[in-house]
Design a binder for this molecule. Structure first.
Ligand SMILES: [Zn+2]
Length: 136
């Protein structure tokens, strides 16, 4: 009998029954038994792969959720900053201020940036949001 030197488990397996220690030429199992074992092995492999995929998906989901929360938090901060700015401006009745809050155009731009935030690098996203509340 030939000694198997291949260390890859998949290659060491009998192609009929997927068990280790022999090959298809000297498979000790009947065709029926070999088929049953092969199906069981393949099912188990598929389950393992599915579990790995699910785990990866969950990790990706967690990352996405974290990013979404982070972005939503920045957005909330910007809105809050705008409201406070507006409140300061409104509390000075003698001063006539034509623009207290963000303009329609600025709000639209903020919306566009927020809706497409997934495509914008974090640093740039914050810079753009900050730039939109700058008042001269
Ligand atoms: Zn076999």
């Amino acid at each position: 009998m030939q000694v198997q030197t291949d260390t890859t488990p998949r290659r060491n397996r009998c192609s009929l029954c997927r068990q280790v220690g022999h090959n298809q030429r000297n498979c000790p199992h009947t065709t029926e038994e070999a088929t049953r074992l092969r199906i069981a092995f393949n099912t188990e492999q598929r389950q393992k792969q599915r579990q790995e995929r699910q785990q990866l998906q969950q990790e990706t989901q967690r990352d996405n959720q974290y990013n979404a929360e982070w972005r939503a938090n920045i957005f909330a901060q910007v809105v809050n900053m705008e409201e406070r700015l507006a409140a300061i401006v409104d509390s000075q009745p003698t001063t006539v201020v034509p623009r207290s809050g963000p303009t329609v155009r600025e709000r639209k731009i903020q919306e566009i940036i927020f809706e497409n935030s997934e495509m914008i690098p974090n640093g740039l996203y914050k810079e753009l949001m900050d730039a939109l509340v700058i008042r001269d």
